[in-house]
Write a protein that binds this ligand. Structure first.
Ligand code: AOF
Ligand code: ZN
Length: 329
């Protein structure tokens, strides 16, 4: 199972599917097949491992990090494939939290195979923690990034906001953007800052893998905006409703959104309870008058403050980066 977990970790995240690994072991203890899932639309881990094992799968034990699926989705049910290959025993780690695919364990048991679940389930769960949360929520996860001064300003009185943090913090933002599958801003940010929203490497060149760039809001994106001429795809979400925007992104396969919106967009997401993680870069500068990172949240008294949990904090260049997470509701 440890080997299967190692294989699973080579799979992609973010992706609509979980990361899964599979090892097929013959009765004499030899590994006869290995596989892992390479992302939605590709064969499941079991199919890969059974394909490698061929006839050697007869009488073998299959170790899988996720309960084999029982449904016909983009590929066939893995439970049936294991039965047909003549596997005698299936050991899996985590039960499948996706109600459409769950039920493989019973199916295997009913076919007369020896089935054991829960082996190294915590490790397997940790590997697919964000995926399981998206399945439970039925929407992409949202990480809001903000930069403020020591006195909590994200823009000066005249509206200037570039740059509050130094280039070390900005490079850190690019590194984190790259771990998400979409970068989302509002039309307001496009009009004010004309951002590219791409992931750049420290030398300024484009990273090979670019998250989808999404602009939401009803205002028009002006011709020649830099977001339009940078590499990759730009998605226009012509809505002001965060839930609807996330729904459209979900249907495009997006699961982990990096939100770099201004105060209006951030407030809309926060008010709707649609922010899961916050990365705040706080620079030791003062502005006094100026704009806050987020507009009114409808909170009138301290007792109603939205309290997040501190996940970690780090010094990044000349700023402090605070990672906070919204407690599950
Ligand atoms: C498995 N083995 O390697 C994976 C599983 O759309 P599909 O057909 O790819 O099915 C996706 C669902 O199947 C996914 O949501 C999860 O419940 C399960 N993933 N199951 O037996 C695998 N990747
Ligand atoms: Zn499957």
């Amino acid at each position: 199972m440890r080997r299967a977990l190692q294989l699973a970790a080579a799979g992609p995240w973010p992706d609509p599917n979980p990361r899964v690994g599979c090892v097929v072991v013959a009765p004499d203890g030899t590994v006869v097949g290995e596989g892992f899932h390479r992302g939605a639309g590709t064969p499941h881990a079991e199919a890969e491992a059974l394909g490698a094992a061929g006839l050697a799968a007869r009488g073998a034990t299959a170790y899988v990090t996720l309960e084999p699926c029982s449904h016909r989705g983009r590929t066939g049910p893995c439970a049936d494939a294991l039965v047909e290959a003549g596997v005698a025993r299936v050991v899996f780690a985590q039960s499948d939290p996706n109600p459409d695919a769950a039920g493989g364990a019973e199916r295997l048991h009913a076919a007369g195979l020896h089935v054991t679940g829960g082996v190294l389930a915590d490790e397997a769960g940790a590997l697919n923690d964000r995926w399981a949360r998206t399945v439970a929520l039925g929407r992409p996860l949202v990480t809001w990034k903000l930069a403020t001064t020591l006195d909590g300003r994200s823009a000066a009185a005249d509206g200037t906001s570039q740059w509050i943090t130094d280039e070390v913090a900005r490079a850190d933002v690019h590194r984190l953007r790259a771990t998400r599958d979409a970068v989302l801003v509002g039309t307001g940010t496009v009009l004010a800052d004309d951002p590219r929203l791409t992931v750049r490497l420290p030398d300024g060149s484009l990273a090979p893998r670019q998250p989808l760039r999404a602009v939401m809001g009803l205002r028009e994106v002006p011709a020649g905006a830099r977001v339009d001429d940078a590499a990759g795809t730009v998605v226009r979400l012509t809505t002001r409703n965060p839930g609807e925007a996330l729904d459209r992104l979900w249907h495009r396969g997006v699961r982990d959104v990096w939100l770099e919106g201004g105060p209006t967009l951030a407030a809309a997401f926060l008010r709707a309870g649609l922010v899961d993680d916050v990365y705040a870069y706080v620079a030791p500068t003062l502005l006094g008058a100026g704009r806050a990172a987020v507009d009114d949240l409808g909170i009138g008294t301290l007792a109603d403050a939205r309290r997040l949990e501190l996940a970690d904090a780090a010094v990044v260049g000349g700023a402090v980066r605070i990672h906070a997470v919204a407690p599950p509701s």
